[in-house]
Each structure stands twice: as C-alpha cells, then as structure tokens.
Write a protein that binds this ligand. Structure first.
Ligand SMILES: *Cc1c(COP(=O)(O)O)cnc(C)c1O
Length: 233
C-alpha cells in the first residue's frame, strides 16, 4: 500500500472514532487536505483516493498549483489573505476560511459582485487570543458577523480557528469546546443571509480532540503528506 493511502486510512479511522464519540458519523466530518509545499504528483494521488477538498495558506502557492489537474480540486483559502490579493483567487476558490476584517470582507463582496457570484466564507476566530495569530476574538465574533451579514455577495458558512500549538492535544480541548459553544450560539442568532454549518478546527496534532468537541471540518497536512520540508507554518 502506498504511504499516502496508508496515512489516509489511518486518518479516516481516527475521524470515524472521534465522530462516534461525539455522536456523529464519519460522513458528517469534512476533511480538507492541506497541500502547502506538497508536490503536484502527491496531490494527484490523494485526489485519486477521494480527497478533493484542498487547502492552501498562501495565494501564490494556490495560483501555482491551480490548473494542473484534469479535474480541479475544490480549493479553500485557509491562510491570512491580504486585501490586494483577493482578486487573484476569486475565480479559483470555493471558500475563504480566513476572513478576519470588515475591510477584507468588503473587498471580497466587491469582487464577488463584479463576477455575479456569492463567495462562501468562514470567520476566523483567534480562539487562543495569541498575538501571532489572525482572527477576531470570541468576544468580537457576533458583532463581526453582524457586519458581514450586510454584504449581499458573501455567505457566512461558519467559523474557523487555528488553535495554539500544544504538545498534548488535550490542552486544546477547553478552547475547542469554547469554539463549539460560540458556533452554536452564533448559528442560533444569525439565521438570515447566512448558512452557518461549518466549524473548521483541528490539524494534524489535535484533530481528534477537535472533532470530539464538535468540529465538522478538519484541515490536515502533515498526517496526510508527511513532514513539510520547509517551514511554511
Ligand atoms: C498548515 C495548516 C494546516 C495543517 O497543518 P498540519 O499540522 O500540517 O496538519 C491547517 N490549517 C492551516 C490554516 C494551516 O496553515
């Protein structure tokens, strides 16, 4: 069995058991394969194994990879996005998971309108309130979504967070639980002009804990493709 297939099977097993622990099924959890620094041939292989939703954290890397597949994957922008780069990815991504300012949202809305489309986005929450991370705080989230709801060409699909890096995944359990509560609360408040269905949290180190606490979308790079050669976060 190829290494990638082996990795994917293991991840699928882990997702299934974590989903069960939180009363859900594996199918309820969306896997985003994070392909930063990954060679095209490996991306093609993982797609042939059924992973067709892929995440990139840099605009340039996404553009480099785009168009190299017989059938284009569903691209998700998961990294910090500068306002002046929105135009480059509007036609290429299915979802922008890293929306953290009204200014960025306004630009996405404008570019979407020009193209006669509506862009799906997630609100990035800086759940650990770390200086090194982007995102709105939990306290700001509701007011932020209120602003986003006014943009007709954006659809808020849920929340995303990048939890602190910890040695032991359990250390993030309380934060993931807080994110889940925030997700449930905001989903109840915002029923118009939004479609709050995704809670994107959990990476290689802690995706099982994230799922146990309510994540329904996980973003996994290293566990799928192996350790990255360069430090691209
Ligand atoms: C790199 C990255 C991931 C995946 O990280 P791994 O630890 O390799 O699974 C997930 N989300 C974001 C935003 C990333 O930049």
């Amino acid at each position: 069995m190829s290494k990638l297939r082996e990795n994917l099977l293991k991840i699928r097993e882990n997702i299934e058991s974590a989903a069960k622990k939180s009363g859900r099924r594996a199918e309820d959890i969306t896997l985003i394969g994070v392909t930063k620094t990954v060679e095209i041939e490996h991306i093609r292989e993982i797609m042939s194994l059924g992973v067709v939703k892929l995440g990139e954290n840099k605009v340039q890397e996404l553009l480099d990879k785009y168009g190299q597949f017989s059938e284009e994957p569903e691209w998700h922008m998961i990294g910090h996005l500068q306002t002046n780069k929105v135009k480059f990815i509007m036609d290429k991504v299915t979802m922008i998971q890293s929306v953290d300012s009204v200014r960025l949202a306004a630009e996405i809305d404008k570019r979407a309108e020009q193209r006669g489309k509506r862009m799906d986005i997630l609100v990035e929450v800086n759940v650990g309130e770390e200086d090194t991370k982007y995102g709105v705080t939990r306290g700001q989230t509701e007011e932020f979504i209120e602003h986003l709801c006014k943009f007709p060409n954006i659809c808020v699909k849920g929340l995303m967070c990048i939890a602190p890096y910890v040695k032991n995944a359990d250390e993030n359990r309380a934060l993931y639980d807080k994110m889940f509560k925030l997700f449930v609360d905001t989903r109840a408040v915002f029923t118009h002009n939004t479609d709050m269905r995704f809670l994107s949290m959990g990476m290689t180190n802690d995706y099982t804990v994230a799922i146990e606490e309510g994540a329904n979308m996980v973003r996994i790079g290293t566990a799928l493709f192996g350790t990255r050669a360069t430090s691209s976060n």
